[in-house]
Design a protein around this ligand. Structure first.
Ligand code: NDP
Length: 246
């Protein structure tokens, strides 16, 4: 129960990595508000997640500043505070650059990067008031090593790392740490969409020889969200089976 008494927002908590992160934070004692773009999905996911602890759900498109602010307000209404923000909401629109329409660039930047900016900005006030806060971004190994067909996604995820380091410096000394996790290939709807032949080829490149599980990313996020990680800030923790090491 490392997170007892803490209130958390997990964006994109309705499935995949976000759902596993919300479950883990709830099991560790945090009260958790999850969001996704669809209200019914967010409510249904919160209902499922209630088996792990206190979890509520609401609709929010993190690319919209007002909706991001509303999620933070909802968290304050429900739990009387906001201590942990996990910027997990993310989408892909993979295509080689030569054929990438600007809509695909904008959509990926809006959710993966601008969304994190909106949510972090909105969450700052309650964290500064509490003189305690944890912001964790869900980046990707694509930010570190690049990936053909993902210039939009890799740019957004690399942007998150720059945001993390800069914000960590801004908030150092205020009791608020800012870190990122960079997952490799994790079993989720996003990666199940990759054709099997390609997936097997990717698996061969992973030193640990297997795809990761959402719970393995959640464990890293829970550590960064805890008091135990008080001396870790501005860091990007890879959870990738060794894929990106050099
Ligand atoms: P999923 O597609 O399974 O889940 C994405 C989640 O984000 C859903 O809850 C979705 O809900 C939500 N979401 C999408 N767009 C928005 C938006 N604009 N506003 C609010 N919520 C939104 O993805 P994963 O679980 O696989 O990925 C989660 C995160 O982990 C992403 O940031 C992804 O980039 C990152 N990641 C994943 C890896 C993997 O191997 N799976 C590897 C590296 C990083 P809804 O559709 O209802 O809005």
């Amino acid at each position: 129960m490392r997170l007892a008494g803490r209130a958390a927002v997990v964006t994109g908590g309705t499935r995949g990595l976000g759902e596993a992160i919300a479950a883990r934070l709830a099991r560790e004692g945090a009260s958790v508000l999850i969001c996704g773009r669809n209200e019914a999905d967010a409510k249904a996911a919160a209902e499922r997640l209630s088996a792990h602890g206190r979890v509520e759900g609401t609709a929010c498109d993190v690319g919209d500043a007002e909706q991001a602010e509303a999620v933070v307000r909802r968290c304050l209404e429900l739990f009387d505070g906001l201590h942990i923000l996990v910027n997990n909401a993310g989408i892909t629109r993979d295509r080689l650059l030569a054929r990438m329409p600007s809509d695909d660039w904008e959509a990926v930047l809006s959710t993966n990067l601008t969304g994190a900016y909106h949510c972090a900005r909105a969450a700052l006030k309650p964290m500064l008031r509490a003189r305690w806060g944890r912001i964790v971004q869900v980046s990707s190994v694509a930010a570190l090593v690049g990936n053909a067909g993902q210039v939009n996604y890799a740019a957004a995820k690399a942007g998150l790392i720059g945001l993390t380091r800069s914000l960590a410096r801004e908030l150092a000394g205020r009791g608020i740490t800012v870190n990122a996790v960079a997952p490799g290939y994790i079993d989720s709807e996003m990666t199940r969409a990759i054709p099997e032949k390609e997936r097997l080829a990717l698996q061969e490149q992973i030193p640990l020889g297997r795809v990761g599980q959402p719970e393995e990313v959640a464990a890293a996020v829970a550590f960064l969200a805890s008091d135990e990680a008080a001396y870790v800030t501005g860091h990007t923790l890879t959870v990738d089976g060794g894929l990106s090491m050099y």
